[in-house]
Ligand binder design. Structure first.
Ligand code: ATP
Ligand code: BTN
Length: 258
C-alpha cells in the first residue's frame, strides 16, 4: 500500500536539529522550488522543507522539466548558508540522496557529475540548487531534490531509456518516509560539517563515475569532448582535450561515452 505523506508523518521522530523540523506539505503543487522561494523571501526558518506528493511543473537543471507524478519524492530545503558554501550544496545533496537510497533499499548508486544520482547507469534522482545573491551576500539557497520512488518509467516514453525508479529496481511499492527522513538527517549532518569542505568534496569526488571517462559536455550550443580528468574543490570539472589542453567546466550537461 502507498504511504501517505503529511507534515506530521515526516517530522515524527525525525532526528535532526532544524532540517525538516518544519514541513510544508502539499498534495499537488506546480513546483516545490517556487513555493520554497516564496517562503524564503518571507524569512522562513532555516531547514524548512516544502514537499509535494505531485508536482505539475517540476523543474530540472538547464530549464528542463522534471516529471514528478504522485508517489515520487519532490522536496525543497530552505537554507541560509554563506556564499562560499554554495558550491558544496550540490555535493552534499548528491551524497545525501545516494546515502539515503543505499541505506534504506540496499541498492547501489553512482554519482554523475555534476548532480545526477544513478542506479545501473540510469537516473534515479536529480538535484537543483537555486538561490538569490545580493551584492556579495547570499539571501538564501534552496536545495531541490527529486527521487524517482514509485514512478514507472515505462509510462513515460522520454524517460524510459534514461531513467529508473526504486520501485522499478526492487519490483514493488516503495515507502518514501524512511528515505525522506534519512535524507534530511544526512543533509543536516553534512551541512553542519561546512565550512570544512573536505569532508564533503572528497567523498563526492570518490563516488563520481564520470572521472577517467571519455565524456561529451554540452553547455548551451557548445560541445566539448575529452577525458573527465578531475573535479576542482569548487565542483568544476577538469576536461583533458585530445590536443592535450585542459579546460574547466563550471556547469553543463555530461554524456558518458564508451
Ligand atoms: P533537451 O532536448 O534540451 O536536452 P529534453 O527535451 O530532454 O532537453 P526534458 O524533456 O525537459 O528535456 O527532460 C529533461 C531531462 O531530464 C531529460 O533527459 C528527461 O529524460 C529527464 N527527466 C525529467 N524528469 C525526470 C525524472 N523524473 N527522472 C529522470 N529523468 C528525468
Ligand atoms: C535535474 O536533474 O535536472 C534536477 C531535478 C530536480 C527536481 C526537484 S523535484 C523537487 C524540486 N522541485 C522542482 O521543481 N525541482 C526540484
Amino acid at each position: 500500500m502507498r504511504d501517505s505523506l503529511s507534515s506530521a508523518s515526516i517530522t515524527d521522530g525525525l532526528r535532526t536539529r532544524f532540517i525538516g523540523q518544519r514541513v510544508i506539505y502539499y498534495p499537488r503543487l506546480a513546483s516545490t522550488m517556487t513555493a520554497a522561494k516564496q517562503e524564503a523571501q518571507r524569512g522562513a526558518t532555516e531547514g524548512t522543507v516544502v514537499i509535494a506528493d505531485e508536482q505539475t511543473a517540476g523543474r530540472g537543471r538547464m530549464k528542463r522539466s522534471w516529471l514528478s507524478p504522485k508517489g515520487n519524492i519532490a522536496l525543497s530545503i530552505i537554507l541560509y548558508p554563506t556564499i562560499t558554501s554554495l558550491p558544496y550544496l550540490i555535493m552534499l545533496a548528491s551524497l545525501a540522496v545516494a546515502d539515503a537510497i543505499e541505506a534504506v533499499t540496499g541498492l547501489k548508486t553512482q554519482l554523475k557529475w555534476p548532480n545526477d544520482v544513478l542506479i545501473n547507469g540510469r537516473k534515479v534522482g536529480g538535484i537543483l540548487i537555486e538561490g538569490e545573491v545580493r551584492g556579495r551576500k547570499l539571501d538564501y539557497a534552496i536545495i531541490g531534490i527529486g527521487v524517482n520512488t514509485n514512478l514507472n518509467p515505462s509510462h513515460f516514453a522520454e524517460l524510459l531509456p534514461v531513467a529508473t525508479s526504486l520501485g522499478d529496481e526492487l519490483g514493488g511499492e516503495i515507502s518514501r518516509l524512511a528515505i525522506i527522513q534519512r535524507l534530511l538527517v544526512k543533509v543536516e549532518r553534512l551541512y553542519l560539517a561546512l565550512p570544512s569542505a573536505e569532508t564533503i568534496y572528497g567523498p563526492w569526488r570518490d563516488r563520481l563515475v564520470t572521472l577517467g571517462r571519455q565524456v561529451e559536455v554540452s553547455w548551451g550550443r557548445t560541445r566539448y569532448q575529452g577525458i573527465a580528468e578531475s573535479v576542482a574543490l569548487d565542483g568544476s570539472l577538469l576536461l583533458r582535450h585530445p590536443d592535450g589542453s585542459l579546460s574547466r567546466v563550471v556547469a553543463g550537461d555530461v554524456s558518458l561515452r564508451g
